[in-house]
Design a protein around this ligand. Structure first.
Ligand code: ADE
Length: 242
């Protein structure tokens, strides 16, 4: 089944690079189709039906505070137009659940993903609530614990992580199985020729041809790296020799 991805944004030109990324290959293979929509196309009329020559997409927050909030009525028109009955609404937000490899793999099975890219201080919270209440799967997801200017860069990263997991996308399925995060650990270090470079040698075991020892060494490296860099990922029973 072909996946359909819709992106709604006030910066549609940002997504022109979808064509030249890895995702271009998935599109050529007819595994995914992407459609980018300009949010301002849905802002030609105000909530009361009168024309809005400025195509306003944001307004001041109720309750006061810095920044602007994107308007529910404009987002509602856009999402009503693109979201299909079986579609999943993804809203990139620094306040969302962590976007993980597991979530990417889960979303790779969807028939349609709609990315709602908010700028400024976010989208009126009733938008997520409305579509969840209407029975849609709605996911507010964060790329990491830092703040971007808007959802575009996050949506792009998510789209790349998801589309490469669509069954049939990558030629070498094993490279997906072995990569960082697919087994909950960071990937082991890799080397290629030459065996010596600037005085640095490739670990002997990798030149030994001894498959069981190589597999054991890689596993140890995964655990050691994960312990050093991402101890939060380690299962409580993981042991690694010092
Ligand atoms: N929008 C702004 N910051 C973000 C983040 N860290 N993740 C997802 N969307 C965002």
């Amino acid at each position: 089944m072909k996946m359909r991805i819709d992106v709604v944004t006030i910066f549609p030109e940002f997504f022109g690079v979808l064509d030249v990324s890895l995702l271009g290959k998935a599109r050529e293979a007819a595994l995914v189709e992407t459609h980018v929509h300009d949010l301002r196309d849905y802002a030609a009329f105000k909530a009361d039906g009168s024309p809005d020559v400025h195509r306003t997409v944001d307004d001041a927050p109720f309750g006061g505070g810095a920044g602007m909030v994107m308007k529910a009525d404009v987002w509602g028109k856009a999402i009503d137009d693109v979201l299909r009955p079986s579609g999943v609404l993804v809203i990139p937000s620094p306040a969302g659940v962590p976007f993980t490899q597991a979530l990417a793999a889960d979303l790779a099975e969807a028939s349609q993903l709609v990315f709602a890219c908010g700028r400024y201080e976010g989208i009126d919270a009733r938008v997520a609530q409305h579509y969840a209440d209407a029975g849609y799967r709605v996911i507010e997801a964060s790329l990491g614990d830092y703040v971007l200017n808007g959802g575009e860069v996050a949506a792009f990263a998510m789209i790349e992580a998801i589309t490469r997991l669509i069954p049939g996308f990558m030629g070498n399925a094993q490279s997906i199985v072995e990569e960082s995060h697919s087994d909950g650990l960071l990937e082991y270090p890799s080397y290629t020729r030459p065996a010596q470079w600037r005085g640095l040698e490739v670990p002997d075991v990798l030149l030994s041809g001894h498959h069981a020892r190589i597999a054991q060494w890689r596993r140890d490296q995964q655990l050691e790296r994960t312990r050093e860099r991402r101890p939060d990922l380690l299962p409580p029973d993981a042991t690694v020799a010092d």
